[in-house]
Design a protein around this ligand. Structure first.
Ligand SMILES: Cc1cc2nc3c(=O)[nH]c(=O)nc-3n(C[C@H](O)[C@H](O)[C@H](O)COP(=O)(O)O)c2cc1C
Length: 255
């Protein structure tokens, strides 16, 4: 049995997003997994990172969220709502983010969950070692992550030459920057397109597709991003000249 955290953002409990969450939860439970949820609108999540979240210098030095055996803890300087979410995140073997694409990214409330929950020592500055542990290792290593996204626009708009840009590239700041950075294994995104014209049959297909992905959540191969410390980035900043020579931009990040 594994523990799966579903983080989701939609104000309407009848939305496609809400239906997708219920389908994912039912399938995960049917598989015998424990499901925990962060229903951000229902929780009234405060999405604004402010002075209460920002530790002063002394706190920053005291903060340490992961002990030597890998167990997370908080030293008490974080707001209670943040600590509660950090505990859920650390308890999870996998995290599924379900959201509608809003202006080419995640809804602001979910971005604010990342900004506030991803504290120093947990998601960055791991073990007080600056940038030593990132991209493939860090405070969230060993966990799996999946984005499950719905888009109003049709699949063609998000294809390799689509007018909106390829979905994987639009989501790169999340898959690579938010999820792979602190060490998670990021699975290929599950996307449902054309939701502005979706019919009842389409909704059922969308839910069944997500349920299928829940069945392979712990066996699917992650996106083969290059790790910082695997040899491709000798100075931890720039790809070695002999790695993917001539390839630039986002494609260069794939092994
Ligand atoms: C504020 C807002 C921004 C949106 N931006 C996009 C967008 O950038 N691309 C797109 O394809 N659809 C966009 N949409 C449409 C949503 O993706 C669509 O409504 C959603 O996938 C449907 O699922 P739901 O019933 O859970 O809302 C947007 C909708 C809203 C409300």
């Amino acid at each position: 049995m594994k523990t799966v955290l579903l983080v989701h953002a939609h104000p309407d409990p009848h939305s496609l997003t809400a239906q997708m969450v219920r389908a994912a939860r039912a399938e995960l439970r049917a598989q015998g997994h424990e499901v925990i949820q962060s229903d951000l609108y229902a929780m009234g999540w405060n999405a604004v990172y402010d002075e209460h979240d920002f530790p002063d210098r002394q706190d920053r030095e005291r903060l340490s969220f992961v002990d030597e055996s890998g167990h997370a803890f908080s030293t008490g300087t974080q707001p209670d709502d943040v600590r509660a979410e950090q505990a859920k995140l650390m308890a999870a073997d996998a995290v599924v983010f379900q959201f509608p694409l809003w202006w080419f990214g995640m809804p602001a409330i979910m971005k604010g969950w990342i900004e506030r929950v991803y504290a120093f020592g947990l998601a960055y500055g791991y073990q007080g070692a600056g940038n030593r542990h990132r991209y493939g290792e860090g405070g969230l290593a060993g966990k799996r992550a999946l984005l499950s996204v719905t888009t109003g626009g049709p699949a063609a708009d998000y294809g390799p030459r689509g007018i909106n840009g390829q979905l994987d590239e639009l989501l790169f700041p999340i898959t690579h920057g938010v999820l792979f950075y602190p060490g998670m294994d990021v699975l290929p995104t599950y996307a449902v397109h054309g939701t502005s014209r979706i019919d009842a049959e389409g909704v059922e297909r969308a839910k069944a597709g997500l349920a299928a992905r829940m069945r392979t959540l712990f066996t699917d191969a992650p996106i083969p991003y290059r790790t910082q410390n695997g040899g491709d980035f000798p100075d931890r900043h720039v790809l070695a000249d002999d790695v993917a020579p001539g390839v630039t931009g986002l494609r260069a990040h794939l092994r």
